[in-house]
Write a protein that binds this ligand. Structure first.
Ligand code: FES
Ligand SMILES: [Fe+2]
Length: 447
């Protein structure tokens, strides 16, 4: 069934965490121009992104509760750089480049979690054993007298900015970066009510994908592709009546879950995915006697009435947030599917040198009911696309993306022809352009 244009709910305005959608035309400032394919394929553009984007913005580094004690650290990479984010004695987190001042060795060879508690309280470079404090200060040079020029005068590895918000650790390679809260804009106001600090890891996966990092951000920024590659979801969510909001840098859409797409007729029996949602909430689908299109509201009512008894405090959330997918892009590379009981987030990272490759991190968290034991942290997994399944829906997205990237590299493909349902892609590219070229956008000869 084709959907009429006016059925789409478009909104590109007020920062209201919940509430009633207001219909508005898309922001005409975003225009209708083709988005050049070279943004996804060119090495020069990739280099520009490195100089003017990745080294300027705030980036997601890891999870706060992974480094609870002084000396615990997260080692994470962005492009060609690797950084160490280390819990300090005063409870703050300090960050510095993961390099040794002697001959450049990485102080920690691999991404992951660790603690200097097991290493005499220092980062000791494995090559010649130069030692650094948990703040990155150079503490010891073996055979120091054999360096007549002395130790490097800086005395420490170059620091980076680190802040915490939302149970996550963030960092910026930009010494001039604004405070994290200013960068995040409306995001904390919108997401604090979910209390992500009450959620525990359920999945921590990194997959190597053969596409540009933006192709992945795009894939999670519109529901237009649901009828294309996720046809089964038409009996799970409403891919048409979606509210879009574009803020300063970031954007979101709100997708009704436990809803049937207007592209198909209302089924007479309960769709299995609806039943699954009811069971997850503690309802018995066999006992439900209402209409299929009443399930979403029934779920909201049930969760509102029974949440507290289940140890789940939903008091800061509106009714829609009890069922729906509030999906945010925290510019540039974090996509979050936020739900009342879980969060599924993706961190999309560029390959150090190849615009046709990326790292796709899947981080999933689930609300731990009050009084229940905090579960063990899940181990991190790293594999290549296709080596393992990442779940049916994400497999469908993942299968598609290398082909998108291949097509974008064709000389016959000039650029992305974006429609209203893809307004977040346009907004994303506008923000990207602001970082790369300033507010006047690309000039003559720019991509
Ligand atoms: S490279 Fe680190 S001690 Fe030599
Ligand atoms: Fe998808």
């Amino acid at each position: 069934m084709d959907v009429k244009r006016e059925q789409f709910v478009k909104r590109v305005s007020e920062p209201v965490p919940g509430g009633t959608p207001v219909e508005k035309a898309p922001d005409p400032e975003l225009g209708y121009a083709l988005i050049p394919a070279e943004r996804y394929t060119s090495k020069e553009f990739m280099q520009l992104e490195w100089e003017r984007l990745w080294t300027k913005v705030w980036l997601l580094g890891g999870r706060s509760d992974d480094i609870p004690e002084a000396g615990d650290y997260i080692c994470t990479n962005i492009g060609k750089e690797s950084v160490l984010l280390v819990r300090q004695r005063d409870g703050s987190v300090a960050g510095f480049y993961n390099i040794c001042l002697h001959r450049g060795n990485r102080l920690v060879p691999e991404e992951g979690l660790g603690s200097v508690k097991d290493k005499d309280g220092v980062f000791r470079c494995s090559y010649h054993h130069w030692a650094y404090s948990p703040k990155g200060k150079l503490l010891h040079v073996p055979d120091r007298e054999t360096f007549p020029q002395g130790a490097p005068p800086c005395g420490r590895v170059r620091p980076i900015k680190v802040e915490e918000w939302g149970s996550f650790v963030w960092f910026s390679l930009n010494p001039e970066a604004e405070p994290l809260r200013d960068y995040l804009g409306v995001i904390p106001e919108h997401l604090d009510p979910y209390h992500m600090e009450r959620m525990a890891w359920t999945r921590d996966v990194t997959v190597e994908w053969d596409c540009n990092w933006k192709a992945s951000v795009d894939a999670f920024s519109e529901t237009y592709h649901v009828q294309g590659i996720h046809p089964q979801l038409k009996w799970y969510l409403d891919d048409v009546n979606v509210q879009y909001d574009c803020y300063d840098k970031h954007n979101r859409y709100l997708i009704p879950f436990a809803a049937v797409s207007p592209r198909v007729s209302l089924p007479s029996i309960m769709p299995p995915l609806f039943a699954g949602m009811m069971e997850a909430a503690g309802m018995d689908p066999a006992e439900y006697e209402g209409r299929i299109d009443g399930v979403r509201e029934a779920l909201q009512k049930f969760k509102r009435e029974n949440g507290a008894a289940q140890g789940k405090d939903y008091s800061a959330l509106n009714d829609d947030q009890l069922t729906d997918d509030y999906h945010y892009t925290i510019f540039p590379n974090v996509s979050l599917n936020v739900h009342s009981d879980d969060v599924m987030m993706f961190r999309q990272r560029p390959h150090p040198t190849d615009p046709n490759k990326m790292l796709y991190d899947i981080w999933m968290f689930e609300l731990v009911p009050e009084g229940e034991k905090w579960p063990e942290r899940v181990p991190h997994q790293h594999f290549r696309h296709g080596d393992k399944t990442i779940g049916q829906v994400l497999d469908q997205d993942a299968f598609n993306l290398p082909h998108v990237q291949a097509g974008m590299n064709s000389e016959a493909f000039e650029g992305l022809w974006i429609g209203d349902q893809e307004i977040r892609l346009r907004h994303f590219h506008k923000t990207l352009g602001d970082y790369l070229y300033g507010h006047n956008g690309p000039g003559e000869g720019d991509i």
